[in-house]
Ligand binder design. Structure first.
Ligand code: ADP
Ligand code: MG
Length: 298
């Protein structure tokens, strides 16, 4: 299987260092003025491209803080995700991974900072109409699948389409067939959740999210409750979505999978982003905390 996502985004730039971006070396002797090598047009073009990169971000967390009572769970998270980018969040239990993910969908209210997701910007509060649009743009899948046991697979998928999106039944069923094919479960549409394995139920949960046509998918340890074989079938579905260019943020304990699909890995430690980098970061951890985490597991 191809280990390289089909649409890797452009390399992440270091922000506002225009001289570094143009590869201009500073000259300690002062013989060459680095500024002189850069025309105003070049600077404007670069700044324009940087600001358009910023406005194109699918996710942008700026100095996000979250408390649960006295427990300061997120301590100033800055994170941006570009279209097509796949971010894996790793870290010890309790480090704030799920909370960070849930803040992106306003399932948790942030206490300080700001969040922009799919063009919707919010702080502690978000207008109801914006929240409705945000939820349509973002799919989120958890460890527990939360399918309705009394509804068929197909109805589990069409429910939000007909009730939230006010779509006709025929069109909703067509979409259900399309997304079930995407997760390899076309033949299960008339079954009930209890007739499916855990892995199949999780794939239905993913299909249900995909049916809404999200611009961003968030996955929170979606394979933690599954045995290895079922884990594999769910990861293959996520990997396929990755190859198709879906923007994704996934919290995972599957390090090999993270290295395979993620463009960037974010290691959280005690409510902060402690280290981040390309997949290779897991082979060459820079901080003792990440090294310890990788050596000792969870
Ligand atoms: N709804 C909640 N109410 C109170 N405390 C919470 C809640 N959710 C999470 N926490 C606390 O926030 C911290 C971070 O939790 P979480 O984001 O779930 O971490 P992780 O996903 O990395 O295991 C933990 O100390 C946890 O107990
Ligand atoms: Mg968690």
């Amino acid at each position: 299987m191809n280990s390289v996502p089909s649409q890797p985004p452009p390399p992440i730039r270091s922000g506002s260092n225009v001289a570094a971006t143009f590869g201009v070396q500073s000259d300690p002797a002062g013989v060459v003025d680095p500024g002189a090598a850069i025309s105003n047009d070049m600077v404007s073009a670069e700044l324009a491209s940087q600001s358009s990169a910023i406005s194109n971000d699918i996710v942008r967390l700026d100095n996000v803080h979250k408390w649960f009572g006295d427990n300061h769970v997120l301590k100033g998270i800055d994170l941006s995700v570009r279209p097509g980018e796949i971010i894996a969040i790793i870290g010890q239990s309790g480090s704030g991974k799920s909370t960070a993910l849930r803040c992106m969908d306003h399932l948790e209210q942030i206490d300080k900072g700001s969040v922009t997701v799919c063009g919707h910007t919010f702080g502690a509060d978000i207008p109801k109409s914006d929240l409705k649009m945000l939820r349509q743009d973002v799919g989120i899948v958890f460890q527990s699948y939360n399918l309705f046991p009394h509804l068929t697979v197909e109805r589990n998928i069409t429910l939000a389409l007909t009730s939230v999106k006010k779509m006709g039944k025929g069109q909703a069923k067509e979409i259900a067939q399309t997304v079930l094919a995407q997760v390899g479960l076309s033949e299960k549409s008339q079954m009930y959740p209890e007739q499916l394995s855990g892995g199949q139920q999780q794939r239905v949960a993913i299909a249900r999210s995909l049916a809404m046509g999200p611009k961003l998918m968030l996955f929170d340890e979606v394979t933690s409750a599954l045995d290895p074989q079922l884990t594999g079938e769910v990861l293959r579905v996520i990997e396929k979505l990755a190859r198709e260019g879906m923007t994704m943020v996934l919290v995972t304990h599957e390090m090999a999978f993270a290295m395979k699909v993620a463009h960037r890995i974010v290691y959280m430690f005690q409510g902060k982003i402690h280290e981040q980098g390309g997949p290779d970061m897991l082979r060459h951890p820079q901080t003792p905390e990440l090294k310890h985490f990788l050596d000792n597991g969870l």
